[in-house]
Design a protein. Structure first.
Length: 130
């Protein structure tokens, strides 16, 4: 399992990294490789080098927004299987629907609890093999 956390906040990346490490350990996943990117451009460069199974993605970032990342990932046939979970402050119904229509597979609104993260991850990982 390769997981990419994309957020311009170092604190958010650290919280999500720690939570994801606990989540996958608790669920009995054997292998987890975590990657971090502070913006969409860095995320795109990393995706060219590593196959990413799940991406936790902020919307509002410098250089390349989360929306632009979703568009780029969904336009690339090699990345079609990457599951994208928006992890953002943009929580309006319009924003959520917009990103789901563009190809996001899940949505979490900051600030999120560990329980909310686990619930979202349970939904996303349900069909993935351990």
């Amino acid at each position: 399992m390769n997981l990419l956390i994309v957020d311009d906040s170092k604190i958010v990346r650290r919280v999500l990294t720690n939570t994801m490490t606990r989540y996958f350990k608790d669920k009995g996943w054997k292998e987890l490789k975590l990657f971090e990117a502070e913006d969409g451009l860095i995320a795109m460069d990393l995706m060219k080098k590593e196959p990413i199974d799940i991406m936790l993605l902020d919307w509002n970032m410098p250089n390349m927004t989360g929306e632009q990342v979703v568009d780029a990932v969904r336009a690339n046939k090699e990345w079609n299987k990457t599951r994208i979970i928006m992890a953002t402050t943009e929580g309006s119904k319009t924003s959520v629907l917009k990103m789901i229509k563009k190809g996001a597979n899940g949505y979490m609104v900051k600030p999120f609890s560990e329980e909310a993260i686990y619930k979202t991850m349970d939904t996303i990982t349900a069909r993935m093999s351990k």
